[in-house]
Design a protein around this ligand. Sequence first.
Ligand code: ADP
Ligand code: ADP
Ligand code: ZN
Length: 215
Amino acid sequence: MSQPKILLLGPPGAGKGTQSSNLVDAFGVEHVTTGDALRSNKDMDISDLGLEYETPGEYMDRGELVPDEVVNAIVEQALTSADGFVLDGYPRNLDQAEELESMTDLDVIVSLSVSEAELVDRLTGRRVCEECGENYHVEFDQPAEEGVCDECGSELIQREDDQEDAVRNRLDVFAQNTEPVIEYYADRDAFVEIDGEQSLDAVWADLEAAVEDTV
Ligand code: ADP
Ligand code: ADP
Ligand code: ZN
């Protein structure tokens, strides 16, 4: 049996990164995440594209979307080398959703729904490992030792765009650009909506069951 091709949709802070780690462990799929890929290329010179800013980081720190041509190329390259995958953070607008159609098919499309007030609490309390990308929360998902990654022992940091102003902007960008993407997929057979506001374990139980149904 080939590995599942999973798309995880949801607003910033819904738990996509956290649950992607569980999917990697349980199903052996590859985690394809545009957020991490862009963070490791924050200072790449994209000035020759003639866009508003000269690096991906300048868009990201403001909570704005990095232009499609940069992001599409990253995803296309990552997907061609993956058998099964969990795709997290893409597509974030309808043009990217159309682009994805030409790259791969999908076995299961999961939308994690969470209310805005909860998203703000989650994002402002999020701490991340810059080394391996694991996500934690100062209250809801603490590492064994404060400030240290359980997975790799590196230091945890707060992302620049998890400060309150950038968080508000990202939630607006989500409502404008990415909510239509969820509607775009909503009537497919492969589409499943999961209540992302449950506990970490309850969300995982629902997600694992949804993926198991497809393999
Ligand atoms: P996303 O990748 O969708 O932006 P993350 O997985 O990074 O979201 O989760 C955002 C923050 O919320 C992290 O600090 C994470 O530890 C925390 N979190 C994730 N899922 C839950 C949950 N079900 N309950 C409480 N906190 C959660
Ligand atoms: P979150 O954890 O909030 O869901 P990500 O780590 O997925 O955030 O993304 C961080 C930032 O990277 C976004 O605010 C955006 O600037 C950029 N980014 C990530 N994915 C995309 C994408 N598919 N299209 C455009 N920009 C993206
Ligand atoms: Zn780590």
